[in-house]
Design a protein. Sequence first.
Length: 307
Amino acid sequence: MFNQQINRYLEGEGNEIKKLIIIAFIIITLVGCVGDSEGHEGEAKTPSGSSFHEGREYQEVVDDFKEEGFKNIKTEKIEDLITGWLTKDGEVESVSVDGDKDYSSDDWYSENVEVVITYHAFPSDEKTEPVSSSEEAQKENDDEIVKVEDNESANDALEAIFPVENAKRSAVVAITNAYAIDVFKEDGYTYDISKFHSYADTSGDVENYFKKVNSWGDWSAKDEETWHVDSLILENSYGALANATLDVNFDGTNYVVSNISGTLGNPGASAEYLSDLSEIEFSSTVPIYLTISPELIKNDRSKAEVE
């Protein structure tokens, strides 16, 4: 019907200008449609920020980038493993996109830029001798003893330069301020660092921010400068529990919380009603609450729970 109306409109003499206008309009419309549909043709989008991949298995990271359309993916081994207890074989050290190791999630790049995934591995010249079942069982027992001794040794070494107590307090402060509702400027969404709550803070309207520690979880040395915790459990004033797994390191000035995962919600709630703690690390705003100054953790709490 639309085509018939245009044809009748263009019939007759003296309509040359009208014809040109309509043809131009159709061309512009078609070009616009093509532009919208193609969008990022020849480009690929980063699957997540660079820090997210640290500690993951490198082949999984390769697959993630392939799925997003990256075509020039390279892997580089760091043959530095001895026991493989603290750092696993194939564990990612860093990822760079077009030479940038600090790229963000959902950034668009040319699909042909170089993606370099660097991971840890055992020296390639190491050989494994076949062993009998009894020898293998004995080896497993020996390895388990070595593992415990290595972990204790690594914990002691890290404790000497970076006390785990500082890491614990930093983790609590980071999660506290991430979910506090009284740490913003007047615009309601920009963080005001001067309003951040310290570890010892039990003042003001505690229902807006305070979280008590139900369980400190299991802390261990991840590497020579980083503490890792599983199942750190915090509870807010309304009984909601944050069950967190994360890392804490000291950059020489501040304590930095990263690699956060876990859930937040009421005890016994089904998965669909639980929030994902990793969202606080990859939120749309800059997560400045994950960088903790020594000032915020210098004092101990006088109360474990606010009445």
